[in-house]
Design a protein around this ligand. Structure first.
Ligand code: F6P
Length: 329
């Protein structure tokens, strides 16, 4: 870790699935860098814009009025070309030609995988900022966007509960999370779901039917089943069909919340987290850190090597899982 006396210009980009709070992080990066006399280039559409040389100069006033906005002013993309050596060479040459000496990458596992390669192949100093609604990165208690996404889910499910109860229906609600059940587990607890199906545990349809029958015996004919999109039993439509096949007495309905979870104004928690992480990312570069992700663990700033942040996949909170089972009875 070599301390750099002066960084003249840094690049910042958002990549992968957007997440509410990314704008707050971009704002924090620009303002912290400007505070220390470092210029900032915004790289449009992640690695795609890096390859095409689509850069914009950003100063403090350019990031005014964006802290409360969802999405990302820098836009985002998943770049196929960056997966090739030629693509990465173009990207690196563009960074150098534009005087960019270090990069702040805001995104999730795909973003960090690209960042580690860029760092290894060309030695470009990179700091990662965890920005994804999935909360599936090791090295931060929460990722930017996770809190907002969960609040969006509970707002929608509370509404569905009203109609589910009026019609004695069983609702299967699909939330995002291809590989991670964090959103499903926490929102399931928050809405008082009857069952929560997540990718980290095996779903046995017979057990699900037993739970539903047990509820029915107690006079509960309505219910909310939260299904993470990556559950091994399938998405919400598939699980609902399986239930119907095993017991046709249920009146079932399905709601897929989809990309509503990725939009909207970030919550207070996400705005503060994004501001802290954007700030720490820039300060970490000045301190000479490289190829690490900034995160907050138990209220304290932590730095985790990017490779570990991606690979040390976060295990689901087993205590919360147990609590969910006990409280849903
Ligand atoms: O990684 C964030 C995420 O929203 C996942 O939860 C979801 O599975 C995926 O992105 C959807 O990706 P896309 O927007 O490319 O369809």
């Amino acid at each position: 870790m070599a301390k750099k006396e002066k960084i003249n210009r840094i690049g910042v980009f958002t990549s992968g699935g957007d997440a509410p709070g990314m704008n707050a992080a971009v704002r924090a990066v620009v303002r912290t860098a400007n505070h220390y006399g470092t210029a900032v280039s915004g790289i449009m559409r992640g690695y795609d814009g890096m390859i095409k040389g689509d850069f914009v100069n950003l100063v403090s006033k350019d990031v005014s009025g964006i802290i409360q906005r969802g999405g990302t002013i820098l836009q985002s993309a998943r770049s196929k070309e960056f997966m090739t050596k030629e693509g990465r060479e173009k990207a690196y040459n563009n960074l150098v030609e534009n005087g960019i000496e270090a990069v702040v990458a805001i995104g999730g596992d795909g973003t960090f995988t690209g960042a580690t390669i860029l760092n290894k192949e060309f030695g470009m100093p990179i700091i990662g900022v965890p920005g994804t609604i999935d909360n599936d990165l090791f090295g931060s208690d929460a990722t930017i966007g996770y809190d907002t996404a969960m609040n969006t889910v509970i707002e929608a499910v509370d509404k569905i509960k009203d109609t589910a109860g009026s019609h004695n229906r069983l609702f299967f609600i699909e939330v995002m999370g291809r590989d991670a059940g964090c959103i499903a587990l926490n929102t399931g607890i928050a809405v008082g779901a009857e069952e929560i199906l997540i990718p980290e545990t095996v779903t046995y349809m017979d057990d699900l039917i037993l739970t539903l029958k047990h509820n029915k015996r107690k006079g509960k004919n309505t219910g909310i089943i939260i299904v993470a999109e990556g559950d091994d039993a399938g998405g919400a439509y598939e699980v609902a069909a399986k239930v119907k096949k095993l017991d046709s007495s249920y009146s079932t309905r399905v709601t897929v919340l989809g990309h509503t979870q990725r939009g909207g104004s970030p919550t207070l928690a996400d705005r503060v987290l994004a501001s802290q992480l954007g700030f720490h990312a820039v300060e970490s570069l000045y301190k000479g850190h490289n190829n690490v992700m900034v995160g907050i663990v138990n209220g304290k700033l932590e730095l985790t090597p990017l490779e570990q942040a991606i690979k040390n996949s976060v295990d689901i909170n087993r205590d919360l899982l147990r609590l969910a089972r006990i409280l849903s009875i």
